[in-house]
Design a protein around this ligand. Sequence first.
Ligand SMILES: Nc1ncnc2c1ncn2[C@@H]1O[C@H](COP(=O)(O)OP(=O)(O)OP(=O)(O)O)[C@@H](O)[C@H]1O
Length: 323
Amino acid sequence: MNDIVQVENLNKVFKIGKLSKMKTVHAINNISFEIKNNEILALVGESGSGKTTVARILSRLYKRTSGSIKVFNKEIPMKMSKADELEYRKNVQLIFQDPFSSLNPLHSIYYILSRPYKIHNLCPNNKIRENIINILNTVGLSDEYLDKLPHELSGGQRQRIGIARALSVNPKLILADEPTSMLDVSIRLDIMNLMMKIRDDFNVSYLFITHDLAGAHYIADRIAIMYAGDILEIGNSSDIINDPFHPYTKLLKSAAPKPESGLKPERIDTKGEIPDLTDLPSGCSFHPRCPFASDLCRSSSPSFHHFEHRSVKCHLFNNGGAK
Ligand SMILES: Nc1ncnc2c1ncn2[C@@H]1O[C@H](COP(=O)(O)OP(=O)(O)OP(=O)(O)O)[C@@H](O)[C@H]1O
């Protein structure tokens, strides 16, 4: 499979506060990953681990502090011409978490879905309506929604409109930032199934951001586990869920709430919370919470150890890796 996106040594810091009280938030700390053609990569982690920041950098809503981003093997510069920016946004679309606020309440569904066709000049004006109806059908809605306002739709229907809007420009990559977290449990599966069908029918790749390990297992080919702006384990979904290697992945699995997901609870003893990103701990960022932490973990940052279908950033694997 060819890579759609290659991210290398990505960093993002935010400066917060003023003058002498200014602090540096280390939101993303030197992460690397790739998303392959037709692949769904899930980014999983607790609140504040940096998932949304990654999506915002990839969608160019945030500027990266440093690091390299390649799309189709072409380096994406920090600054782009307007034409290149438009082309980039056509290829890389974002679906938002909140289907209630991501659609302008004053505009009809027709108007909302017509914008991408006009902005990107995708077809003659007299073809827009036909294309919108096709895309509505693709996301499981009919033309009776064209004249409705967003408040007349359910959360699931609104998220379908968000997906239709993203899909209308024929993107190569969709960045889906917790697209199901605000929906009823019964609707979540429908939306994930729709996204998977779209992946197959339109050959798009996704970066799927979620707190929910079970949801990630359901939809994703590979999972990257994020903690304090870093990726601690990345690899094949089934391997990571059925047999997590990193102590933090084990912790996430043990906290996964859904017995019907097939996840077997495996409690590990741990303490504490995600570290202060303005004052990251020395060594491994997870060591203050890790029941297996040694002096080495406190003093030295681990590098990745590579296994057949995954990579793990943990000193426990230094000697080939007893788990
Ligand atoms: N614009 C900003 N200015 C300052 N700090 C920011 C900004 N955006 C994000 N952060 C900080 O960066 C860190 C990562 O935030 P981010 O929203 O990416 O995490 P997340 O994993 O997506 O969390 P959640 O699941 O709650 O959305 C947090 O400490 C957050 O406070």
